[in-house]
Write a new protein. Structure first.
Length: 178
């Protein structure tokens, strides 16, 4: 397994190099979206309404953060279970999402969408939200403020530690095919 230091602005270019099990220290912009936000994004897509962030080459982090303590941009912000977004993920990958970040396995439909679109699924360590927060340098709410911790946030991250869970060739930590 190889270790990479990558930036979200150039992640798409690096996707073909990455294999399931590789370590990635990711910097750049990611957007948080969980269950409730995904439902609203799907409704906006269905209605032809504007989205809270551009999907082309986006990195979506399945996380809902706690309030920021004094002097920090964010509170704990660990990953949530990715399978809860599996009903929405293929469509978002098909619309240009480059990677999603979460924890746990993904459905065959999501794996197929990742392969079809030359994308990635990245895994963050569950139960380590305070540790993940150390990689967040800035945070701002961009949509759905009424959802509280599940509001969509734009995060700027630096050296966020991740593992490639599913690569663009279909290799997966969750199967024996790696």
């Amino acid at each position: 397994m190889t270790e990479y230091h990558l930036h979200t602005a150039h992640l798409r270019e690096s996707v073909p190099l990455l294999r399931a099990g590789d370590r990635v220290f990711l910097s750049g912009t990611v957007y948080t979206s969980r269950d409730a936000a995904h439902k609203r994004i799907a409704a906006a897509l269905d209605a032809g309404q504007p989205l809270p962030y551009p999907l082309r080459d986006a990195v979506i982090y399945y996380s809902g953060s706690t309030p920021a303590p004094p002097g920090r941009p964010i509170g704990a912000c660990g990953p949530t279970t990715s399978g809860r977004m599996d009903a929405f993920a293929p469509r978002l990958y098909d619309l240009g999402v480059c990677a999603t970040i979460g924890k746990g396995g993904r459905s065959p439909a999501v794996r197929d969408a990742i392969v079809r679109n030359g994308a990635l699924y990245l895994c963050a360590t569950g139960g380590a939200g305070a540790l993940a927060a150390r990689s967040v340098t800035a945070c701002r709410i961009v949509a759905y403020d009424d959802l509280g911790c599940e509001a969509v946030k734009q995060l700027e991250i630096r050296d966020f530690p991740l593992i490639v869970g599913i690569d663009a060739g279909g290799g997966s930590l969750f199967s024996s095919s790696i």
